[in-house]
Design a protein around this ligand. Structure first.
Ligand SMILES: [Zn+2]
Length: 573
């Protein structure tokens, strides 16, 4: 490919609105352009990388028995109503109607439609099956951001497994677990597998693959001692205990004029440290007013409420709903003596005595609260956000909290979808058995972006060989020098003939501009051909990742690069 003929619209300046590294470098390097919020066009360079990522994914999923299909992007609403997700995932699910007023939706995922295909399976002899496709998804994200990290429209590889029993599902889940590790290794990334919330997929078990990155939107708790790892949506911990001072007798009211927060109660009032207070949050959970109680120094993890109480309808109560339920305003709320409201308490409050909490009377608090005695807890549920330094739930050593990007997610779905849509087979005894399913996703653009986030420097992107848009760029430094243009052209042609993806920078530009562009777009090797070097009988080979330079005879350079490129393509395999 001649650079002078290629569409590679590099920019001198960073885009003004770019925060994430991938946004900045992919736009500057001419890989992508934004159509609207969360919606990106892949230009030729971006598409070259995306296709290579898709090839890696295809090879690894084919290797565990995957069969590629292609299912539609527009789905009938009727099928999603049968599984309940038409209503459950309202918000990010885009619904529409056709000319006959039929309910349709844009695919945000494909469990329903793959399961519909699976209703054609009739016998246990046809199982196991593993099907996948690489297809567009659309999710109406409220806050698209981070370049290709959080978008509304994207290409995803999603595979679906079908088995006669849970043991078969376990095998396919493990196969994906290993295949995903191989995929991320081949993309040059070090992914950590973590326990995760299954969210709107339902099912019992799910594992996310996380790559550490400052631009990440997820946090994981990680134990360096025993390798426990979980998304903070689900992670548990053993917080340091608190020694309570004794208190006998009932709780006692005391005035706290103007005090509205835990911090004020600690600092201004000097009444009690945060870990000796009860934080009372009022939520609507599935339409029911619910008090969520936490230790004063702990934060709520809403996803744990969603998962633990089994409904997506979880939101903080409005001021009017709070006063209607408790007769006081936020800042003076408590659960002591409360009847008729659901009370959910975090286990870190269990057995605690002599605690301080709001009295449900503005400007009054209670002290001497014995949680087990004075609060009618309906449900003890871990609802707190794990913090760095708390004890690992497995080994007790201190946990770390890392910011990460989710690059893949695998789910044991069980029978939720096959039951709802009637996918079953006859077992050896002639009995109808509902099929056990798993679902396994990788976003192509998300992975492309994550590679950039984890592999770049001040000059631009550093692509691993396996997915570089071009593997070598041959740069002619003086295009009006016929001899060096001739040598550069021969090297380019020979590299292409030997199967190396090569770009020939034949543009009439200053060498500095050409070098900067090649570094920005991250091509792993550059061959520099100029009259000076040729006079010494050499061309230069520059390695992008560390700038290492080799001077080599033009006749030897093709074989040398072919060896380097082929060896680096295999890395991670
Ligand atoms: Zn541990």
């Amino acid at each position: 490919m001649l650079w002078s003929r290629a569409f590679i619209p590099t920019l001198r300046e960073d885009p003004a609105d770019a925060e994430a590294v991938n946004h900045r470098l992919l736009v500057r390097g001419g890989f992508i352009r934004r159509l609207m919020a969360g919606s990106w066009s892949m230009l030729p360079l971006g598409m070259r990388v995306a296709k290579k990522i898709q090839d890696v994914i295809r090879e690894e999923i084919d290797a565990i028995g995957g069969q590629e299909m292609l299912l539609p992007v527009v789905h009938p609403g009727e099928i999603w109503k049968k599984t309940g997700r038409w209503d459950d995932v309202e918000g990010i699910l885009v619904k529409l109607k056709d000319r006959r007023d039929t309910d349709l939706l844009l695919a945000m995922t494909h469990e329903e439609i793959f399961t519909t295909v699976a209703t054609e399976l009739t016998s246990y002899r046809q199982l196991p099956q593993l099907w996948y496709h690489l297809q567009t998804k659309f999710r109406d994200e409220p806050r698209p951001k981070g370049g290709l990290l959080r978008v509304r429209e994207f290409t995803m590889k999603d595979s679906y497994s079908f088995d006669i029993d849970p043991a078969g599902l376990d095998v396919q889940f493990q196969n994906h677990y290993r295949a995903y590790h191989r995929i991320f290794a081949r993309l040059g990334m070090d992914a950590i597998a973590v326990h995760a919330s299954s969210g709107w997929m339902g099912g019992k078990e799910s594992v996310e693959f996380m790559v550490e990155a400052a631009a990440g939107e997820d946090e994981i708790a990680f134990c360096p001692a025993c390798r426990y790892a979980a998304n903070t949506e689900k992670a548990t911990s053993v917080p340091a205990g608190v020694v309570d001072e004794p208190w006998t007798g009932p709780p006692e009211r005391f005035p706290t004029p103007g005090i509205r927060t835990i911090a004020e109660l600690t600092a201004v009032g000097g009444f009690a440290s945060a870990d000796r207070q009860i934080k009372t949050l009022v939520y609507l959970v599935g339409g029911t007013v619910t008090l969520l109680l936490l230790r004063g120094d702990h934060e709520l993890m809403e996803q744990k409420v969603v998962d633990g109480l089994g409904t997506w309808e979880v939101r903080p109560a409005r001021d009017d709903e709070i006063t209607a339920a408790l007769g006081a305003h936020a800042g003076s709320l408590g659960a002591v003596g409360v009847k008729g409201l659901r009370i959910v308490a975090d286990p870190a409050l269990r057995g605690r005595v002599n605690m301080v909490t709001g009295a449900n009377d503005d400007d009054w608090h209670l002290r001497g609260v014995d949680v087990d005695r004075d609060v009618a807890v309906d449900t003890w549920l871990d609802i707190r956000l794990v913090r760095a330094g708390e004890g690992c739930p497995t080994c007790g050593k201190p946990l770390e909290v890392k910011r990460t990007i989710e690059v893949g997610h695998i789910f044991k779905l069980g029978t939720k979808f096959s039951e709802a849509l009637g996918a079953s087979v006859l077992d050896p005894d002639g009995e109808q058995r509902v099929i056990w399913m798993g679902s396994y996703g990788i976003g192509v653009g998300r992975n492309l972006a994550t590679v950039v986030e984890s592999s770049h420097d001040a000059k631009g992107i550093i692509w691993p060989m396996a997915i570089a848009p071009f593997e070598v760029v041959v740069t002619a430094v003086k295009v009006d020098d016929a001899a060096s243009m001739g040598v550069a052209g021969e090297i380019h042609a020979a590299l292409v003939a030997s199967g190396v993806d090569t770009l020939f920078d034949d543009r009439d530009e200053r060498p500095g501009v050409k070098f900067a562009d090649a570094e920005l777009i991250g091509i792993p090797y550059r061959v520099t051909v100029g009259p000076k070097g040729l006079a010494d009988g050499v061309v230069e080979v520059v390695r992008r990742r560390d700038g290492a330079v080799e001077r080599i005879a033009p006749a030897a350079v093709v074989a040398h690069l072919e060896r380097l490129v082929k060896a680096e393509r295999e890395l991670g395999k």
